[in-house]
Write a new protein. Structure first.
Length: 254
């Protein structure tokens, strides 16, 4: 995506990576609409950041997605960038069947069905825009698994392959598919992540992402330097060592 002059919708941007990117994209000269479930939080963010707009959306609810999409497109018919950001991460122990199934279903519904439903609502419109982008959000864990979060790893691997596949289907249209694959970042995605020495500071991550988008607007994957250890382990031939190192550093391991 080009770094300015866009109208961008970022569902799941009321905190963390989504909000950090929304504010930076706004500062670069884009019109940015964020989405989230908590109206009072959205109202506060909009009040604190003039020019930012917000729409309530629950990405677990297909009707809410349809309603939010209709509202965004009615208010912003020039919308040309979709960033389906909403996601959850859960620690699961699959050795205890009663303890993981509900969590796994929530993760897949949020992280896989949510982006699929969002893209389904916007893809026809985006093809009418002369320069459009769908920026998906996977993870370094799509390529190297963390033992404690099997459903999250699988959900992000699904987003990676969904992006690869849609890029093939939308070739020849005006819609560009790009994939942002973060490393561990200091957010509230998991308990303890905000203070983790193994996680990248949020501002540092967001600044590097925007710099990459600015310098490489056509990049298929947006990869900060820190995530390349996870992303390219198999290509380098040291995948087993990468997985071992990742899980040795995992505070949620046993």
């Amino acid at each position: 995506m080009h770094i300015n002059g866009n109208t961008v919708f970022i569902p799941g941007a009321s905190s963390g990576i989504g909000l950090a990117l929304a504010l930076r994209l706004q500062a670069k000269g884009n019109t940015v609409i964020i989405g989230g479930r908590r109206e009072e939080l959205l109202d506060r963010i909009v009040a604190e950041h003039p020019g930012l707009d917000a729409v309530r959306i629950d990405t677990l609810d297909p009707a809410s997605i349809r309603d939010a999409a209709a509202e965004v497109l009615a208010r912003y018919p020039e919308l040309n960038v979709l960033v389906p950001m909403a996601g959850i991460m859960r620690v699961e122990d699959w050795r205890k069947p009663a303890g993981f199934l509900e969590s796994a279903e929530d993760v897949i519904a949020t992280n896989v069905l949510g982006p699929i439903r969002l893209i389904a609502e916007f893809v026809e419109h985006l093809q009418t825009r002369p320069d459009a982008t769908i920026l998906t959000v996977s993870s370094g864990l799509a390529f190297s698994p963390l033992r404690a979060t099997p459903s999250y790893n699988a959900s992000k691997a699904a987003i990676h392959m969904l992006t690869e596949s849609l890029r093939l289907q939308l070739a020849g249209t005006s819609v560009r598919l790009q994939e942002l694959a973060p490393p561990a970042v200091r957010t509230e995605l998991l308990p303890g992540h905000q203070e983790s020495a193994h996680a990248m500071p949020l501002d540092e991550f967001a600044d590097e992402v925007v710099s990459l988008l600015e310098s490489e607007p056509e990049a298929r994957e947006v990869l900060v330097e820190r995530v390349k250890f996870l992303r390219y382990g198999e290509a380098r031939g040291d995948y087993d060592q990468v997985v071992a190192a990742l899980n040795a550093a995992d505070p949620h391991g046993d």
